[in-house]
Design a protein around this ligand. Structure first.
Ligand code: PLP
Length: 335
């Protein structure tokens, strides 16, 4: 029934970050023998899980007076969801935000950054090996030297990043009580490490499954392959990486992401981003080994409307991905 949820008035857009819904996926999990829930991080106001990271990384600095409206500048290298999250927090607090992006950043995201009032600094030349990340980080460092007092949150090494996601796991546990398996896509490792910290601190028995991209360099042993879909995976191991945080890892291809996304929207009418499709495919691959009666949760990190030109475009998929509908094949499974 429409309007069945509690109506409350909140103070400011940042106070509705977190507290996202947990939804049972009864249609997707029909016949699997265990219950399946999705944590809808796409319901954050900036559209992704990275709202939590952006807010937590800046909140302490704002509260302590290190970042001041109208005076301070935040500089970060990001072309995706974290950039939008930071633009939202900085916009709300009237803090200048310079986002360093590269030529691969899509125009939709650049448009969003401008709309939030962020400044966009474009790095147009990659390094000799074709990687943009080192060139972007160099530009961040130059800006930090040029702008007195500028602050670089550096999500890949900032311990406030995982701390932000202790709340994600706490919300999941308080909604369902017991969680046997959690599937979370990884990039900076903030989500997974934060959820694992909560599990360890509370003595829970949840098995945490990291969902990474084939070709990503977060875990060992992946060949360098071209990845087209953003979100999960990383070309270098993040400083936040902790091998003890994940009980298992599943590597998925771009085709797996598309299969998972399309299945999710067909069965549950949830339009989610590529890494959500990755998590769904990883869950389905592990399903034969999940004991009956288990409680499983997948984190759906962002909304699908940012992927209409890729994941949900038959034309784009046909030109770029070796994909046949209903396919869930891929490389590694240690689950
Ligand atoms: C869509 C999406 N999924 C998953 C992740 C991975 O999250 P984390 O950086 O916390 O490992 C990200 C990170 O940017 C993301 O944007």
């Amino acid at each position: 029934m429409v309007g069945d949820r509690m109506s409350v008035a909140y103070k400011g857009i940042l106070s509705v970050i977190g507290g996202t819904p947990l939804v049972e996926l009864a249609q997707l999990s029909e016949g699997l023998g265990f219950s399946l829930y999705a944590k809808l991080e796409m319901a954050n106001p900036g559209g992704s899980i990275k709202d939590r990271t952006a807010l937590t990384m800046l909140d302490e600095k704002i509260r302590s007076g290190e970042l001041v409206a109208g005076k301070s500048t935040v500089v970060e290298s990001s072309s995706g969801n974290l950039a939008v999250g930071l633009a939202q927090v900085c916009g709300y607090h009237r803090i200048r935000f310079i986002c360093v992006v590269d030529a691969k950043t899509n125009s939709h995201n650049i448009g969003m950054l401008h709309a939030y009032g962020a400044e966009v600094e474009l790095v147009s030349h990659p390094d000799a090996d074709g990687e943009y990340l080192p060139a972007r980080i160099r530009r961040v460092r130059e800006l930090l030297d040029e702008i007195p007092g500028a602050y670089w949150p550096n999500q890949y090494a900032n311990l406030s990043n995982p701390r932000a996601h202790e709340t994600t796991m706490q919300e999941i546990v308080s909604a369902v009580g017991r969680v046997d398996y959690l599937f979370a896509a990884v990039s900076s490792f903030g989500t997974l490490r934060g959820c694992a910290q909560y599990v360890a601190q509370h003595g829970l028995s949840t098995r945490i499954v990291a969902v990474d991209a084939v070709g990503s360099h977060i875990f060992e042993g992946q060949p360098r392959t071209r990845r087209l879909l953003p979100g999960h995976g990383a070309s270098t191991r993040p400083a936040l990486f902790d091998p003890t945080a994940a009980d298992d890892v599943v590597h998925v291809t771009d085709a797996d992401c598309i299969a998972g996304c399309r299945l999710l929207v067909e069965t549950e009418a949830i339009l989610a981003g590529a890494s959500s499709g990755a998590a769904v495919t990883a869950l389905l691959r592990a399903a034969p080994r999940i004991p009956a009666g288990s409680v499983c949760v997948v984190i759906l990190a962002d909304r699908g409307d940012r992927y209409l030109q890729t994941v949900y475009s038959d034309d784009w998929v046909g030109r770029n991905i070796d994909f046949t509908p209903r396919q869930t094949s891929s490389a590694t499974t240690s689950c």
